[in-house]
Design a protein around this ligand. Structure first.
Ligand SMILES: *Cc1c(COP(=O)(O)O)cnc(C)c1O
Length: 385
């Protein structure tokens, strides 16, 4: 069994990075739960010395995710934040980064509360306007770090335009592709240098593992990432690597269903008199719907909506039965959350207001249940409002 180089996305999901075990023929990559490897003789080993540095299960998931993003190298980390921290370590004291203003809260916290102490500088801009990104670039800028769509207001960044800008200014473009997943969006194809993921979300897909990944098409960055992954040691464990490998096998079928279900739920909410606004790039009413069509292959399972008031939002959040009230996203089960008091509680109120994260906003991670059950659940919860 050999994966042809021309293999398409769904085939890569199942086969990339995974050869049958050479000793037994086991079709599934084993969990190499080992800390070290016996060497044949002094100075002669099988390419594996110590498990922080190399682990076959981790190598397999790294090759698999790299193939899904269309990148040259993949690196798996203990969490999405560990992956982002490794990417940020490409900067040194005095270097500057331009960041999407509506970035994931944990990313903001890492940059502001940790990395600033080491002399790195960050500027946050509305990256849906590429001119604002361009204006924020200084002679010290080394990296542009963006998310698209953003959480929870689903604002998009024009990936082709920002990649062109980054390349013309000699700056690395990093895209956190967690929300879309590589099934729906492949930033490296559009010119980004690096992609990061919280594999906790769609890549693992079953809400049973925390992990992160970086995929690189930049040889110099790859060399540093391999070095720092071993030097700092925030590696993904063999068991979690195996779980993510199991998750990505079904990525294409899961995402197809996430996309379909979210579209139906978004259209249902858009037609509801109890809902004032729906944020979903798959709706023609989304202000950047045309950009979504041009750079995404599907619109994802995440959407937000505004109820008439905070009280109305509270009634929906407490009234749903099938949607689970929880943070996180990207699992097969549907979740509901209140960004202002849950995922984005640490964002100051004035910043939340500027980003459009209102108290009446509700965020859904639409799972792959029967969509009629999801609509029925929202219907009975909205009826209480
Ligand atoms: C969850 C998430 C992260 C952080 O990942 P962890 O695995 O929780 O460390 C980063 N970016 C985005 C967009 C996320 O949703």
């Amino acid at each position: 069994m050999k994966l042809p180089p021309s293999a398409r996305f769904k085939t890569r999901c199942i086969h990339a990075g995974q050869e049958p075990d050479p000793t037994t023929g086991a079709i599934i990559m084993p969990i190499y739960q080992t800390a070290t490897y016996v060497q044949d003789e002094l100075g002669k080993h099988k390419g594996f010395e110590y498990a922080r540095t190399q682990n076959p299960t981790r190598s397999a998931v790294e090759a698999n995710i790299a193939a899904l993003e269309g990148g040259a190298r993949g690196f798996a980390f203990a969490s999405g934040m560990a992956a982002i921290d490794a990417v940020a370590s490409l900067l040194a004291a005095g270097d500057h980064m331009v960041v999407t203003d509506n970035t994931y809260g944990g990313t903001f916290r890492l940059f502001e509360r940790v990395l600033r102490r080491y002399g790195m500088e960050f500027t946050y801009v509305d990256s849906s306007d590429v001119a604002l990104v361009a204006q924020a670039i200084t002679p010290r800028t080394r990296m542009i770090f963006i998310e698209t769509p953003t959480n929870p207001v689903m604002r998009l960044v024009d990936l082709r335009a920002v990649a062109q800008l980054a390349r013309s200014r000699g700056v690395r473009l990093v895209v956190d592709n967690t929300f879309a997943s590589p099934f729906n969006q492949r930033p490296l194809d559009l010119g980004a240098h690096l992609v990061v993921h919280s594999t906790t979300k769609y890549l693992n897909g079953h809400s049973d593992s925390v992990g992160g990944a970086v995929v690189s098409n930049d040889a110099e960055a790859s060399e540093w990432l391999a070095f720092v992954q071993n030097a700092a040691g925030a590696i993904l464990s063999p068991f979690d690597s195996w779980l993510v490998l199991r998750g990505t096998k079904t990525l294409a079928v899961r995402m197809t269903q996430h996309n379909q279900n979210a579209q139906v739920v978004a259209e249902y909410l858009g037609a509801s008199a109890k809902v004032t606004r729906v944020f979903y790039p798959g709706l023609p009413s989304h202000p950047q719907h045309r950009l979504a069509v041009s750079q995404m292959h599907g619109f994802g399972g995440m959407l937000s909506f505004e109820a008439a008031s905070f009280e109305a939002a509270r009634q929906v959040l407490n009234g749903v039965r099938l949607f689970a009230l929880a943070e996180s996203l990207g699992g097969v089960e549907s979740l509901i959350c209140h960004p202002a008091t849950m995922t984005h509680a640490s964002v100051p109120a004035d910043v939340r207001a500027r980003l459009g994260i209102t108290d009446s906003m509700v965020r859904l991670s639409v799972g792959i249940e029967d969509v009629q059950d999801l609509v029925d659940d929202l219907e009975q919860a909205l009826a209480r409002v």
